[in-house]
Write a protein that binds this ligand. Structure first.
Ligand SMILES: Nc1ncnc2c1ncn2[C@@H]1O[C@H](COP(=O)(O)OP(=O)(O)O)[C@@H](O)[C@H]1O
Ligand SMILES: CC(=O)OP(=O)(O)O
Ligand SMILES: [Mg+2]
Length: 403
């Protein structure tokens, strides 16, 4: 790495999107940020903002067939601003990798063996690891000389005690197939729980926080003194909360029933629970903005979908309050958590006996900053804390390549 190489490119590849940021770590500045969405559809969209030059946001619409094409389009956008991947100032590329299994508990420089292990984990993160792998391969082909670092969603959750991480199934079978609860969105849960402590003016070691990461995928975590002690996602990112397209918790016997009685194949059941369930399965929409609009128009299906979503969320707030014993803060984050005031209001409604309340005028504030939305008298702080997985990945990546 050259002495002047202080930039990190971060790729957060999702099942149908890529979020990216180019950061200069020496000056703590964002040089460019962007998003490619609806990859694989006719209506793909790339939004690129060249912050370094103060340039205007650029939007390109049109089919982007796969993640490889998406990354090449991102590289071209960066090059157009003089920030191309060929820059000698680039120190490393940091990749979000969703499933790291038991092997990866920290950021890792990617070599062939690491890539093979990430591939081995595809069956337990079928929507995510393949996209992460394509991102890594494409970036490597463009800059074979540069360190590529994987930052795993599962890493933060490896501190979970065995009684939280194990399923109550036959131990020999579980161990033979590495079946246990891994948890995901860990980079976000780590970042947000730390930021929440900061907002309270405390050290992370002094506070217990329930983090509600509500994006398209959604998960809750119980963080005690900076360490994760429980989280809602399991072997795969399917367990737990109701999500945009995923069912979350369900009686596993539903799957046997669908196979034996409805005659569905394993792949069909997988697709049903991962892609055609959750909010989209319940009401046809997975975007909370659209669901709220429909509720305002009196749409009953949208109302029921919302109520099911909130009911599950409330159950996890209750469960994690019990797991933690004492809760200092509940933090809402990600697309829904940061933007949907009605979700925050409804999730906390009726929990005054547990010390939880939301102040309506504070909850209505729109801001990109961490903020409290609970009234002064509330025993537990309720906060909105914007996540920044890309910044966290950049910092971990830069620290590793400079170590
Ligand atoms: N202004 C808003 N109001 C309500 N919900 C929103 C708003 N903006 C985004 N969302 C929700 O956030 C979701 C995306 O969250 P995000 O954290 O970006 O998810 P992911 O990383 O899984 O793509 C959208 O599907 C939508 O439901
Ligand atoms: C793990 C996971 O569910 O990630 P996302 O929310 O990006 O789909
Ligand atoms: Mg996300």
């Amino acid at each position: 790495m050259s002495a002047t190489a202080t930039r990190v490119l971060v790729l957060n590849s999702g099942s149908s999107s890529v979020k990216y940021q180019l950061l200069d770590m020496a000056s703590s500045t964002r040089l460019a940020v962007g998003l490619v969405e609806r990859i694989g559809e006719e209506t793909s969209r790339l939004v690129h903002t060249p912050l370094a030059s103060g340039g205007e946001k650029r939007e390109t619409e049109g089919a982007i067939a796969d993640h490889e094409a998406a990354l090449k389009a991102v590289a071209a956008e960066l090059a157009a601003d003089g920030l191309g991947l060929d820059s000698p100032e680039l120190a490393a590329i940091g990749h979000r990798v969703v499933h790291g299994g038991l092997k990866f508990t920290a950021p890792t420089v990617i070599d062939d063996a690491v890539l093979t292990e990430i591939e081995r984990l595809v069956p337990v993160a079928p929507l995510h690891n393949p996209a992460n792998i394509t991102g890594i391969r494409t970036a490597r082909a463009l800059r074979p000389d540069l360190p590529q670092v994987a930052v795993f969603d599962t890493a933060f959750h490896t501190t979970m005690p065995e009684h939280a991480a194990r399923y109550a199934i036959d131990v020999a079978t579980a161990d033979a197939h590495r079946i246990r609860r891994y948890g995901f969105h860990g980079t976000s849960h780590a970042y947000v729980s730390r930021k929440t402590a900061e907002l309270l003016g405390k050290d992370p070691s002094e506070v217990n926080v329930i983090v509600l990461h509500l994006g398209n995928g959604a998960s809750a975590s119980a963080v005690a003194g900076g360490r994760c002690v429980d989280t809602s996602m399991g072997l795969t990112p399917l367990e737990g909360l109701v999500m945009g397209t995923r069912s979350g918790d369900i009686d596993p016997a539903v799957t046997f029933h669908l196979k034996r009685v409805a005659g569905m194949s394993t792949d069909e059941i997988d697709a049903l629970l991962n892609k055609k369930s959750g909010l989209v399965g319940l009401c046809g929409d997975n975007d909370m903005r659209e669901i709220r609009r429909r509720i305002d128009e009196g749409d009953e299906r949208a109302r029921l979908a919302f109520d099911i979503y909130i009911h599950r969320l409330k159950k996890y707030i209750g469960a994690y309050s019990a797991v933690l014993g004492k809760v200092d803060a509940v933090a809402f984050t990600a697309g829904v958590g940061e933007n949907a005031a009605p979700v925050r209001e409804a999730a906390v409604a009726g929990l005054a006996e547990m010390g939880l309340a939301v102040d309506a005028s504070l909850n209505a504030v729109r801001s990109g900053e961490p903020r409290l939305i609970s009234p002064d008298y509330a025993r537990v702080a309720v906060a909105v804390v914007p996540t920044d997985e890309e910044l966290e990945i950049a910092q971990q990546t830069y620290a590793l390549v400079n170590a």
